[in-house]
Design a protein. Structure first.
Lengths: 127, 279
């Protein structure tokens, strides 16, 4: 399964790409595969503040709905509205076009607590 | 109606010999029923509960909508209100279920057990066990309807959005189906690995009520159409318990909501499921 090396990962299967004090967030290839065909996505509005471990949205496949858990704390500065209109992109391109939101981080050092790609692969193998 | 063999991998081993909580509730309003299940899912997210089987009923006929279902699409609310059918939204996905004469279950798996197990594998494991219980006790042989877990194809969002409002009008993953139609409807929610699976076993179908709410009959096949005399709800509950005990080795221990779970359910009742949120 594909887990890009330059990203960080949460135990709840979100990925994070950090650039300065901004973090782009989506769900992993593993998560989309586990859910199956995604048919609905609900994202927070720009301006909302989310804390690490807070629910920030939901993603629904044909027969299950899954809550999305923020891996970091910050303010939502962008949400991928195009993705809510074409949620099937989550299955096609989870690390590219299916980014979900961008946070302006309260504390960029929070990222250090997230897993590297190698650690995430090990975590997935063990769970 | 299609069915497929299901081959769950890690879940049966993880569940084997586990002690489960068995919560048997009396009939209650739909909003309270959903608030309790949501509170149990939250406890499961924090790994603060054992696997749980909750069996419950509805104090009034109630239409439950899937988590993101459009309440205005395919449902006659004027008829529903006139017929005295309440409305609530489930924490689980899927389409609307008319809870009238049925046995309802919820199964909650803590994150430590559910994490890493796909939606399809959970359905296959749990639904197959429950349906085996119905077969053993009543001789009714249902199959688990297919679950697509391979997302290599292009999902057809437009088709899904135009699916019938009635959960029992189609068979999707994890449902209990017979050649004649659908006996058991099911749906799931996942929260950081924790699982909530809902299911309804139809006892009887009042056709006028179903057709009035949804505009047309679906594929509903209740127990009353399959065996006579119709079993009592307690017999159906016993069959579901039996299925889990034999199918996944569950040791069911009678229990009730913990104080913290009840407080969380009361908070959710007020904030998310209260009467008037949808009507």
């Amino acid at each position: 399964m594909n887990h890009p090396k330059e990203l960080r990962y949460s135990a709840t299967d979100e990925w994070v790409r950090v650039e300065g004090d901004r973090a782009t967030i989506g769900i992993t290839d593993y998560a989309q595969h586990e859910l199956g065909d995604v048919v609905y996505l609900d994202l927070p509005e720009v301006g909302r503040h989310v804390k690490a471990d807070d629910l920030f949205g939901t993603v629904e496949s044909v027969k299950a709905v899954a809550d999305l858990i923020s891996p970091l704390t910050g303010a939502v500065v962008e949400a991928n509205e195009a993705l809510t209109d074409a949620p099937e992109e989550i299955n096609r391109d989870p690390y590219g076009g299916a980014w979900m939101l961008v946070l302006k981080l309260d504390d960029p050092s929070e990222v250090e607590a997230l897993m590297t790609a190698e650690q995430y692969e090990q975590f997935r193998l063990q769970s | 109606m299609s069915s497929s063999a299901c081959s769950p991998e890690p879940l049966p081993e993880q569940l084997a010999g586990q002690s489960w909580r068995l919560i048997e509730d009396e009939a209650a309003p739909g909003a309270w029923n959903m608030a309790v299940d949501d509170a149990l899912l939250e406890a499961a997210r924090r790994n603060e509960t054992a696997p749980t089987l909750r069996l419950y009923a509805w104090s009034r006929p109630t239409l439950s909508l899937g988590r993101h279902q459009d309440p205005c699409d395919g449902i006659d609310h004027d008829y529903r209100k006139t017929a005295g059918v309440d409305l609530v939204r489930r924490p689980t996905g899927g389409r609307a279920v008319l809870h009238d004469r049925e046995v309802t279950y919820s199964i909650i798996l803590p994150a430590a057990l559910g994490r890493g197990v796909g939606v399809g594998d959970v359905y296959c494991t749990l639904s197959r066990a429950l349906l085996a219980g119905l077969e053993e006790v009543f001789g009714i042989r249902c199959s688990v309807s297919g679950v697509r877990t391979d997302s290599s194809g292009t999902p057809d969002t437009q088709n899904r959005m135009s699916m019938p409002a009635n959960c029992f009008a189609t068979a999707a993953g994890g449902d209990g189906v017979l050649p004649a139609g659908k006996l058991v409807g099911s749906a799931q929610a996942r929260r950081a690995g924790a699982v909530l699976q809902h299911g309804s076993v139809l006892l009887e179908v009042r056709e006028e009520l179903w057709s009035g709410v949804f505009g047309a009959a679906g594929l509903e096949v209740p127990l009353a159409a399959l065996i006579q005399p119709l079993p009592a709800p307690e017999s159906v509950r016993a069959a579901l318990r039996r299925g889990l005990e034999r199918g996944v080795g569950a040791r069911l221990l009678p229990d009730q909501l913990a104080g913290g779970e009840r407080a969380e359910a009361e908070r959710l009742l007020a904030d998310r499921y209260g009467v008037g949120c949808l009507d």
